[in-house]
Design a protein around this ligand. Structure first.
Ligand code: SF4
Ligand code: SF4
Length: 510
């Protein structure tokens, strides 16, 4: 997701809701939501893991443990899940009593459509919503509770209101090391081996909500009508036929890119366990294999990955943005779930800061100097994307700034300055390609999604995976759960994830 292009229109959220959560029990649920940053997010303060206990921590012996407690502890306490956001942390969903507007008898005053709770049906006072602090509304009072803002320096805290805001669209991260799956005592959550989509098996879910606590992004929701957990499905029925997710398809800013990457499943556990939080970003980048590497291609062919999938991996815009241009960063790598929605940080706050000084905001030197010296918003972005390390955020912003300066010369018909790409470790041609991808890319370049190969479905039965770390020496996620045996056998670890779907379809039942 290219954050510079998000205009906060919420089209993605609404189209997702109309497609997936427009039904009873899910009124408060937004599989896709768009937050204003700085802000508290949805549910409120979800990033405060001291409070919500999401994700993994690294123990002194180097092993990972769920912050919310081991699988055994979760099993022993299945009837009590005290660390859950309450309805006030999400919001009480409501509608309006529109009938009154048309049916009220003639009277002196204009009738009023009162808000009615969608849960109790009673009149209610609206105090909060999934989007309450939109566009910094109420920021002086509310943004102080932003857990990210609490971590940055006082200078940033005091000045952010005058300085910057941006939008952060969020969906489930479809993590490589999903803590939601690890915490489920029933083994109901699984990561599809063929495409990495994380799903909740509705038949197995017992509604214990351990997953809600364990997900640090709070992207699992409890359906209070069915008593089951639900989450973003990454629109798998669309993905299987080569179509983008609804949120991506309808995105007004055209800022979402979808593509497949090959990754080394055996390397997930070591990568998620590196000691220094600042090394998690590079560890995750290294997990993602180079689809041009002949050895990777050979290995993929050996695993039976169809040719069109290998070709799609080579054309993947996601791989390019992460590892070729190195401008995309994962959200909160310090949660150690290895999240797979990557973000290009917004350069616009830096551009705005330069413009306000009256200097040329497309001049590379001005932008470079600003991104280095501006603690706002760089510190804040670093807390979001790199566990507080400002280096990679600056590198990404400088590449974007270099692209801006270099392309201006081209667009104005001036001679290009090759020193500009060189200064950020690129060349003119790669800057040009990055520009095409970020500014001009057509539909088929933004979404490179090879259709599933249904003829291989049976072979996946042996590879059904609960989690990439469900291996010997992994943090104890294999084996039978309370609700029955775990899904499939242990992951024996192909070098690359396998294509072809094996999935419960809606027509198979609830
Ligand atoms: S972001 Fe998605 S895959 Fe990751 S832990 Fe949360 S629900 Fe699971
Ligand atoms: S539709 Fe696109 S531009 Fe609009 S809020 Fe969603 S991500 Fe941002």
């Amino acid at each position: 997701m290219n954050l510079d292009k998000c205009i906060g229109c919420h089209t993605c959220s609404v189209t997702c809701k109309q497609t997936w959560t427009n039904r009873a029990g899910m009124e408060y649920v937004w599989f896709n939501n768009v937050e204003t940053r700085p802000g508290q997010g949805y549910p409120r303060t979800y990033e405060d893991q001291e409070r919500w206990k999401g994700g993994w921590t690294r123990k002194s012996n180097g092993r990972l443990a769920l912050r919310s407690g081991s699988r055994l502890k979760n099993l022993a306490t299945i009837f009590a899940s005290p660390t859950l956001p309450g309805i006030d942390d999400y919001y009480e969903p409501w509608t309006y009593d529109y009938r009154t507007l048309t049916d009220a008898p003639l009277q002196e005053h204009t009738p009023v459509a009162r808000p009615k709770s969608l849960i109790s049906g009673r009149d209610m006072a609206i105090r909060w919503s999934a989007n309450w602090d939109d566009n910094l509304a109420g920021a002086p009072e509310l943004a102080n509770d932003d857990p990210v803002l609490r971590k940055v320096s006082d200078k940033v805290k005091l000045e952010f209101e005058q300085s910057f805001m941006f939008y952060l669209p969020r969906i489930c991260e479809h993590c490589l090391n999903p803590s939601c799956a690890a915490a489920c005592p029933a083994g109901a959550i699984y990561k599809r081996n063929e495409d990495g989509i994380v799903l909740v098996d509705q038949d197995r879910c017992r509604g214990w909500r351990k997953c809600v606590t364990a997900c640090p992004y709070k992207k699992i929701y409890f359906n209070h009508r069915t008593g089951k957990a639900e989450k973003c499905t990454f629109c798998y029925p669309r993905i299987e036929v080569g179509m983008p997710t609804v949120c991506a398809e309808t995105c007004v800013g055209r800022l979402r890119y979808l593509g497949l990457v090959f990754y080394d499943m055996d390397a997930v556990l070591p990568a998620a366990s590196v000691e220094d939080e600042h090394e998690l970003l590079d560890a995750q980048r290294h997990l993602i294999l180079d689809p041009e590497d002949p050895e990777v291609i050979r290995s993929a062919e050996k695993e039976g990955i169809p040719h069109d999938w290998i070709e799609a991996a080579r054309r993947s815009p996601v791989h390019s943005l992460i590892n070729e241009y190195r401008v995309a960063l994962p959200l909160h790598p310090e949660y150690r779930t290895m999240p797979m929605v990557w973000y290009i940080p917004p350069l616009s706050p830096v551009v705005d800061a330069v413009s306000e000084t009256g200097e040329d905001a497309e001049n590379r030197n001005n932008l470079f100097a600003a991104s280095e010296s501006l603690r706002i918003p760089v510190e804040y972005l670093a807390e979001l994307f790199t566990a507080g390390d400002t280096g990679p955020v600056n590198d990404s912003l400088q590449r974007l700034a270099a692209m801006r300066s270099y392309m201006r010369d081209i667009n104005l018909g001036r001679e290009t300055d090759e020193e500009i790409p060189r200064s950020v470790g690129m060349d003119g041609e790669s800057i040009h390609r990055m520009y095409r991808l970020l500014a001009l890319a057509k539909y088929e370049d933004r979404y490179v999604i090879p259709p599933a190969h249904a003829e291989q479905a049976h072979s996946l039965e042996a590879f059904a995976a609960g989690c990439s770390l469900d291996t010997e020496g992994g943090p104890g996620m294999g084996g039978p759960g309370a609700g029955g045996s775990s899904r499939g056998g242990p992951v024996t670890g192909g070098k690359v994830s396998l294509p072809t779907p094996r999935v419960r379809r809606p027509e198979d039942g609830e």
